[in-house]
Ligand binder design. Sequence first.
Ligand SMILES: [Ca+2]
Ligand SMILES: [Ca+2]
Ligand SMILES: [Ca+2]
Length: 276
Amino acid sequence: MYGVMYPNVQCGEVHEAKNDGRFFHIIETFFSFSSLYTCGTNQVCKNSAGSYTCICDVGWQGVSCLDDEDECVTSSPCQHGGICLNSIGSYMCNCQNEWTGQDCQDDVNECLNTPCDHAGSCTNTNGSYMCACVQEWSGTNCQMDVDECKLTNPCLNGGQCNNKVGSYDCDCTVGWRGSNCSLIDYCIPTPCNNSGTCQHVNKTYMCTCATGWSGTNCNQDVDECVSGPCLNNGNCTNLAGSFLCQCGSNWTGQVCDSQVSAYSSGNPGKTIASNT
Ligand SMILES: [Ca+2]
Ligand SMILES: [Ca+2]
Ligand SMILES: [Ca+2]
């Protein structure tokens, strides 16, 4: 829009016309000026050899650069499905969730918002993300329960599988135990006799016997008489799972530890001692 006015003028330079008695003496009679070599509204100055030109700034067009450029039409700047909105002198992109930046050119790192539920691990990708779920969960964000019973039927040896949210459990058939019914259940039926209680220890069982019994399966009677439980010269008789104290005439109680009162009646006689 400007032509050459002075040799080697540059954008933004100030040039002042002076009367030096030679070159400007003619025009001096018509004008003198001090001028900044700048461009108009919405224009930018572009230097060239010995000259400069003014071109329209980004977003503007027309002879005077006063007309808005509809970038949405002229250059479709919004990438990755972004919606373009024209504005005066500019434009805006409404980006899809996966993209960001002026022109939706930059990937969003979704992992920063920890989208993967239930301890799933997140990997960011260009334009998306991926969740690696733990085995109990599935779906884009690991939010869906896995029905293990349908998927793999993990219950062995005829066990009944019950799906649960985030897990499963097994109702084992008789003789099996463990979360997947893979372990032999030694306690059903119980091998512990005489009211002994059975529990699993490692890969076998252990009986906790009731008082009066001993042995691996609680079928050995304890001979309590060995320890002399009957006091005050009472006679001890060992019984299966128990013992009997026959107390002397002045003594009573399970182990003959109570003296017979002079006023009490009845036969102090025999007392069976048993804790079962
Ligand atoms: Ca515009
Ligand atoms: Ca991404
Ligand atoms: Ca489940």
